[in-house]
Design a protein around this ligand. Structure first.
Ligand code: HEC
Ligand code: HEC
Length: 354
């Protein structure tokens, strides 16, 4: 009897290894069940029993909270009950309320599945156990009968114990992998497009401020080299200054002199823009930040006042901060895509400038 149980549990686990692809053949013979699987199945049964004892001893139906926003006997979806009551332990409750995005180790979610007449049909539980199944965020799955017996299912003519790495649970909940395999509610803040853009602008200003501090800390006017071949106060073109001084950090300098054709991540180009009277008007910077904007060669753009304040511009009645993915800079410098968005000199030997 015991051995039979073991084999059955082991089969549940084997199905998982076989994969969830529909066209795939199930485990063919019991011979294919390795001892490891048998042992794992035995463990999963033991874990289920321990879990049952734990939740019973905690009297979860009085001491635990129901899923925030879900009262007792809310309407359920297939394949769960017609009516559901879902209880969560403290760890889960905090995660949901604080929109933490991912359940912590120790999380336990208990869904009681009821028939339309409110008789209890089964209890399905998800329990996060560190290291149990890292591929699916360590969820342990189990379905109990109302009496605490581990439920079984018939598949391919076999009786399967629904505990551990239960393939059917995982296949369906797998559609929610971006939400830590959870259906009931979204675990993270829903970010609207407007909010996303606002956050991007906010972050861009922070990056720009950090960039300015870095420029000052590195004392670029003294410690960095000027663009090779360009002396101080060379004549500039619109929309930049009448006179320019362009500084490059070591990474950018090396790319120019060694004809690397493209600036590496970390390259910084600082152009000081001077008026006709050689008073400084602004400082425009290009900073190559890996992953920042792959659509435009990862350049971060910024225009500073001589004080270091990020400058703004009015466009269509809106104030635009000149930091980050600044459309105006990108549009014009975009004429130079074949030269890594750079105007001052060709990075490739064969490149000609307009
Ligand atoms: C065919 C899809 C499907 C299968 C199979 C499935 N579930 Fe679910 N499960 C759901 C859906 C949908 C919900 C949301 C219930 C609702 O609000 O109606 C859910 C909710 C849950 C919850 C509450 C937490 C959450 O994810 O929102 C638990 C716990 C749970 N299921 C456990 C299990 C277990 C254990 C198994 C396997 C024995 C299983 N489920 C099989 C679809 C499925
Ligand atoms: C209308 C076209 C145009 C716009 C808009 C523009 N630039 Fe430029 N930029 C140039 C030209 C042309 C040069 C070459 C220097 C020169 O002759 O003035 C240049 C040079 C530079 C350089 C030196 C590296 C290089 O590409 O040669 C930096 C840094 C720079 N611009 C930053 C910016 C930033 C930041 C913005 C947006 C705030 C911006 N630029 C907007 C045309 C433009």
């Amino acid at each position: 009897m015991k051995l039979n149980n073991l084999l059955i549990t082991a089969l549940v686990i084997s199905y998982l290894f076989v994969g969830c692809g529909k066209g795939k053949k199930p485990v063919e013979t019991k011979k294919e069940i390795s001892e490891i699987n048998v042992e794992e199945g035995f463990k999963a049964e033991k874990m289920a029993k321990e879990l049952w004892n734990k939740i019973q001893s905690e009297n979860y139906w009085v001491n635990w909270k129901t899923w925030p926003g879900k009262e007792a006997f809310y309407k359920g979806r297939e394949p769960h009950g017609a009516l559901l009551t879902t209880y969560v332990n403290d760890a889960v409750l905090k995660t949901i309320i604080n929109k933490k995005g991912q359940m912590p180790t120790g999380a336990i979610i208990i869904t009681e599945n009821y028939m339309p007449d409110k008789t209890l049909d089964s209890i399905t539980v998800m329990h996060k156990i560190e290291g149990f199944n890292p591929k699916i965020n360590d969820w342990f799955w189990v379905k109990f009968g109302p009496d605490g017996k581990i439920a079984t299912a018939e598949k391919y003519g076999q009786t399967l114990m629904l505990t551990g790495k239960v393939a059917t649970c995982i296949e369906c909940h797998g559609g929610q992998s971006a939400n830590d395999y959870i259906f009931t509610s979204l675990l993270r803040e829903e970010v609207s497009e407007v909010k996303k853009v606002e956050k991007e602008i906010f972050d861009a200003e922070k990056i720009a401020n950090g960039l300015w501090d870095k420029m000052k800390n590195e004392n670029y006017q003294k410690k960095w080299k000027m663009w090779p071949g360009k002396e101080a106060f060379y004549e500039g073109k619109e929309p930049h200054g009448a006179f320019l001084i362009t500084y490059v950090n070591a990474a950018a300098h090396e790319a120019i002199v060694k004809i690397k054709e493209k600036m590496p991540a970390g390259a910084i180009i600082i152009k000081e823009n001077y008026m006709h009277d050689k008073n400084i008007a602004s400082i425009t910077v290009m900073y190559k930040m890996e992953g920042f904007n792959p659509d435009a060669f990862d350049w971060f753009w910024a225009k500073f006042a001589p004080s270091g304040k990020v400058l703004t511009e009015e466009k269509d009645g809106k104030i635009i901060k000149l930091a980050g993915k600044v459309a105006g800079c990108i549009e014009c410098h975009g004429k130079q895509t074949s030269n890594d968005y750079i105007f001052t000199s060709p990075l490739k030997l064969e490149h000609t400038l307009p």
